[in-house]
Design a protein around this ligand. Structure first.
Ligand code: NDP
Length: 331
C-alpha cells in the first residue's frame, strides 16, 4: 500500500474548501489508490466551522482518508505537507481599494510562504487559488526562496475548463472530446482564452475547433467574453461565487501535475514565466503546459497571430501592474 500524502487546504472552512476536501478524500485529486491525510487551515473566527467540516469528514468514513488535521496554527497546518492548495484569502469587499485588498493578501501570502518553506515536505507542490491568484503565488514564491519556482503555481484550470465547456455546448459534442484550449495570462477578466490550437475528436479524426465552429466572430468576441465573465455570471445566478467547479478544477490541476497529462493534450497552469512567448520573465502567467514525472513544461513553438499577441501582452501588462502594486505594499 502507498504511504499517505499530506494535502494542505487553507481557507478550508470556506465555500471552495467545503467542496474540495471531500473530493481530495475520495481520491479525485491524487488517485483512487492514494491514501491522504488532510491538513485544513482557517482563521480563528472560522475555527468552529472548520471543526464542523472535520466532523463531516469523519462521518463520511472515506476509506482513503487516513487522518485530518484541522487547525488555525499555520505551522501545524504546513508541517510535512506534500501538496498545498491555498484557497484562503482576503475577499474583495465593497468600497475597498485595490491596494487595500492587495496589501491584506500580500501579508497573508508572505507569512504562509515562510511557514511552507520551513515546514512543508521537500518538493511540496503549491497551488494558489485565492485571488489575486497569480500575484499571491508570486509573493509566495518570493518569500519562500528555498521552494523551487517549478513547485509554485496558480489556478487557471477553471478558466480552461470553462472554455472547453463553452466549445462543447456550442458544437454539441462531448466535453471530453475537446482539448488544447489555452488560457494565457492572469486569472482575471484580462485573461485570453485561445482556441487557435484547440481540437475536437470526431469520427473522422481530430478537427480544429475553428474549422468546426465556422464563426470567427463568435470565437473572437462572444466566446472570449463568456469565459472571462463566467465567474460573474455564476455569482449573479447563485448569489455566491463558483465553488464546486473551482474545487473540481483544483483537483484536475494537481492530478495532471502529479500524475501527468495524456499524450497530445495540454492544459493551462499559472507558472513562473521564463520568457517563453515573449511574456516577461518573473511573472506568474498562465501558459499551455504538459506534465510528466511530476513536472510541468511550457508547450513551445505554437504559432501566435497578431490578435493573440495583443491579448497576451495586455494580460501580461496587467500582471506587471499587479506585481508593482504588490511590491509597493511590502514597503
Ligand atoms: P471561497 O472559498 O468562495 O473563495 C476562496 C478564494 O478563492 C477567494 O479568494 C476567491 O476569490 C478565490 N477564487 C479563485 N478563483 C475562484 C473562482 N473561480 N471562483 C470562486 N472563487 C475563486 O471564499 P470563502 O469566503 O467562502 O472562504 C474563504 C476562506 O478563507 C474562509 O474560510 C476564511 O475564513 C478564510 N480566510 C483566510 C484568511 C487567512 O488565511 N488569513 C483571511 C481571510 C479569509 P474572489 O474573492 O475573487 O472570489
Amino acid at each position: 500500500a502507498k504511504e499517505p500524502m499530506r494535502v494542505l487546504v487553507t481557507g478550508a472552512a470556506g465555500q471552495i474548501g467545503y467542496a474540495l476536501v471531500p473530493m481530495i478524500a475520495r481520491g479525485i485529486m491524487l488517485g483512487a489508490d492514494q491514501p491522504v491525510i488532510l491538513h485544513m487551515l482557517d482563521i480563528p473566527p472560522a475555527a468552529e466551522a472548520l471543526n464542523g467540516v472535520k466532523m463531516e469528514l469523519v462521518d463520511a468514513a472515506f476509506p482513503l482518508l487516513k487522518g485530518v488535521v484541522a487547525t488555525t496554527d499555520v505551522v501545524e497546518a504546513c508541517t510535512g505537507v506534500n501538496v498545498a492548495v491555498m484557497v484562503g484569502g482576503f475577499p474583495r469587499k465593497e468600497g475597498m481599494e485595490r491596494k487595500d485588498v492587495m496589501s491584506k493578501n500580500v501579508s497573508i501570502y508572505k507569512s504562509q510562504a515562510s511557514a511552507l518553506e520551513a515546514h512543508a515536505a521537500p518538493n511540496c507542490k503549491v497551488l494558489v487559488v485565492a485571488n489575486p491568484a497569480n500575484t499571491n503565488a508570486l509573493i509566495l514564491k518570493e518569500f519562500a526562496p528555498s521552494i523551487p519556482e517549478k513547485n509554485i503555481s496558480c489556478l487557471t484550470r477553471l478558466d480552461h475548463n470553462r472554455a472547453l465547456g463553452q466549445i462543447s455546448e456550442r458544437l454539441d459534442v462531448q466535453v471530453s472530446d475537446v482539448k488544447n484550449v489555452i488560457i494565457w495570462g492572469n486569472h482575471s477578466s484580462s485573461q485570453y482564452p485561445d482556441v487557435n490550437h484547440a481540437t475536437v475528436k470526431t469520427s473522422s479524426g481530430e478537427k480544429p475547433v475553428r474549422e468546426l465552429v465556422k464563426d470567427d466572430e463568435w470565437l473572437n468576441a462572444g466566446f472570449i467574453a463568456t469565459v472571462q465573465q463566467r465567474g460573474a455570471a455564476i455569482i449573479k445566478a447563485r448569489k455566491l461565487s463558483s465553488a464546486l467547479s473551482a474545487a473540481s478544477s483544483a483537483c484536475d490541476h494537481i492530478r495532471d501535475w502529479v500524475l501527468g497529462t495524456p499524450e497530445g493534450t495540454f492544459v493551462s497552469m499559472g507558472v513562473y514565466s521564463d520568457g517563453s512567448y515573449g511574456v516577461p520573465a518573473g511573472l506568474i502567467y498562465s501558459f499551455p503546459v504538459t506534465c510528466c514525472g511530476g513536472e510541468w513544461t511550457i508547450v513551445q513553438g505554437l504559432p501566435i497571430d497578431e490578435f493573440s499577441r495583443k491579448k497576451m501582452d495586455a494580460t501580461a501588462q496587467e500582471l506587471s501592474e499587479e506585481k508593482a502594486l504588490a511590491y509597493s505594499c511590502l514597503e
